[in-house]
Design a protein around this ligand. Structure first.
Ligand code: UDX
Ligand code: ADP
Length: 480
């Protein structure tokens, strides 16, 4: 293993810049893994070590068989293959990696709190705090700490306070460098980011730390696309970017309901408004509702912060984005029940897709979970096919909602690894993820093997409605 010497390498005063040689990232998840893989690929002279407490996760990152990487992301395997063992390492030796590194990225999970003050709204910062304490305990040389996880505004202050008051007298600079990658397109997002945002203290030392991180990115990102701000602007921008994106989805979803009640078609409306250059065409796809680890969490954070500051109108305004999303998921599930003659009890309903979007195995906050839960309340028999999500993951997701016992969940929710088997004998098909392969199926065969009338509820507007109706399906799409 090539060892890159780890020193706190302050350059001579003439240059007054720190050239980073050793990076550690705490958290080998959907953000830490791909981000560090690209950073290592583009900086072969920097040793990048990604650490995690989860031994299995690290073993999977180190697996010689690249199809076993713990997260599925198109193109990730090639980048890992190129850099792993050269200057990219995955390890459970957290202390050692912290000690060696000049720059430490914190990329641990920050779920919404499920207890106490801010329950259901505020971010749970216990994993961040544990990281900060561990760094404080272990570090013996000066470090630059980089917040990568999505965090509420002013988290840097909390991290700094822990580091400064419990440390060994070493100096820490805290930077905020929010991640804007979207799952499924993470590798291209990382390779060609719209922008890289780096926030830091506006002191001499803070600016030096910002520059050190700018230099790491500048090996592949144009300097004009690297924005530097104060730390609070950077933290807030991440929440606001996600809130604006989610707001577009809720806005078009609100219009989808209006379209269904009129003769309008939401795709035509989206195209017509998206051609206005002030509006733009992206994030106007009506769907069963947005999911993913960020949108809901970040908006709830924004709402919580606004409420804490007494800004109730601001809080209510953003909360509506979440309420609309919940409504869209419920509306989709309720429509299945009412269309199937007001009862789905004992009826087989086949789900195509469980992931929160295509090209990822991530299921966090996926609309599929909530639609399934609602239909299971009605005692539907659900069978799911998803090309990348395991049965264990699906059961874990539905158990997490705590609506019914684990054995009942097993009874009502099954998984099939063959899509044709999943759809056989079904009364209805619900499309919950827009996987491309769904379009390539032999829909005539599927129709022949279903209960009649054969319904399709396309929650992603991914199938060809006209073609399916020619075969004999009764198709309901979103907003049409
Ligand atoms: C998002 C942000 O895009 C990214 O910048 C941030 O770093 C993390 O959060 P991600 O959650 O991975 O990324 O996926 P994204 O592509 O934003 O989709 C989020 C959800 O919205 C998905 O469930 C997707 O299906 C849904 N969506 C998106 C729509 O329903 N319609 C759209 O037009 C776009
Ligand atoms: P994200 O989407 O933000 O990357 P994930 O849940 O996929 O979130 O990844 C976060 C990772 O951080 C998990 O693998 C978890 O085990 C790891 N983690 C959490 N706390 C610590 C810690 N104190 N030290 C090391 N790893 C941690």
């Amino acid at each position: 293993m090539a060892q890159v010497e780890a020193t706190n390498n302050q350059q001579p005063a003439t240059n007054n810049q720190q050239k980073i040689k050793s990076i550690c990232c705490i958290g080998a998840g959907y953000v830490g893994g791909p981000t560090m893989a690209v950073m290592a690929q583009r900086n072969p002279d920097i040793k990048v070590t990604v650490v995690d407490l989860n031994k299995q996760r690290i073993a999977d990152w180190n697996d010689a068989d690249l199809s076993k990487l713990p997260i599925f992301e198109p193109g990730l395997d090639q980048v890992v293959e190129e850099a792993r063992g050269r200057n990219l390492f995955f390890s459970t030796e957290v202390d050692q990696a912290i000690q060696e590194a000049e720059m430490i990225f914190i990329s641990v999970n920050t779920p919404t709190k499920t207890y106490g003050k801010g329950k259901g709204m505020a971010a749970d910062l216990k994993y961040i705090e544990l990281c900060a304490r561990q760094i404080a305990e272990v570090a013996t040389t000066d470090k630059i700490i980089v917040e990568k996880s999505t965090l509420p505004v002013k988290t840097a202050q909390a991290i700094k306070s822990i580091l400064d008051h419990t440390g060994n007298g070493v100096k820490f600079q805290i930077l905020s460098n929010p991640e804007f990658l979207a799952e499924g397109t993470a590798m291209t997002d990382l390779a060609n980011p719209d922008r890289v945002l780096i926030g830091g203290e506006q002191t001499l030392e803070g600016k030096k730390a910002i520059q050190a991180l700018v230099d790491v990115y500048a090996t592949w990102v144009a300097k004009s696309q690297i924005l530097t701000t104060n730390i609070w602007s950077s933290e807030l921008s991440k929440l606001v970017a996600n809130a604006f994106l989610a707001q577009r989805v809720s806005s078009i979803n609100a219009i989808s309901e209006l379209c269904e009640a009129t003769e309008a078609n939401v795709e035509e409306v989206a195209k017509a408004i998206g051609m206005d250059s002030r509006i733009g065409p992206k994030f106007l796809k009506a769907s069963v509702g947005f999911g993913g680890s960020c949108f809901q969490k970040d908006i709830l954070n924004l709402v919580y912060i606004a409420k804490s500051l007494g800004l109730n109108q601001v809080a209510d305004y953003w909360e509506q984005v979440i309420l609309m999303n919940n409504h869209q998921r419920n509306r989709f599930a309720n429509n299945i029940v009412s269309t199937l003659y007001n009862t789905v009890s004992g009826k087989k309903i086949a789900f195509l897709g469980w992931a929160f979007k295509k090209d990822t195995n991530d299921t966090r906050e996926s609309a599929a979970i909530y639609v399934a839960d609602r239909l299971m309340d009605e005692r539907a028999q659900i069978t799911v096919y998803d090309p990348k999500v395991t049965a264990t993951q699906m059961q874990g997701d539905i158990n997490y909602l705590n609506t019914r016992s684990e054995s009942e969940n097993k009874q009502y929710l099954e998984t099939e690894t063959d899509p044709y088997k999943a759809l056989e004998g079904a009364h209805a098909i619900a499309v919950l993820t827009e996987w491309d392969e769904f379009k390539t199926y032999n829909w005539q065969t599927i129709y022949n093997n279903m209960s009649k009338p054969a319904f399709v509820f396309d929650g992603r507007n991914v199938l060809d409605k006209v073609e399916l109706e020619k075969i004999g399906f009764i198709v309901q799409s979103i907003g049409k």
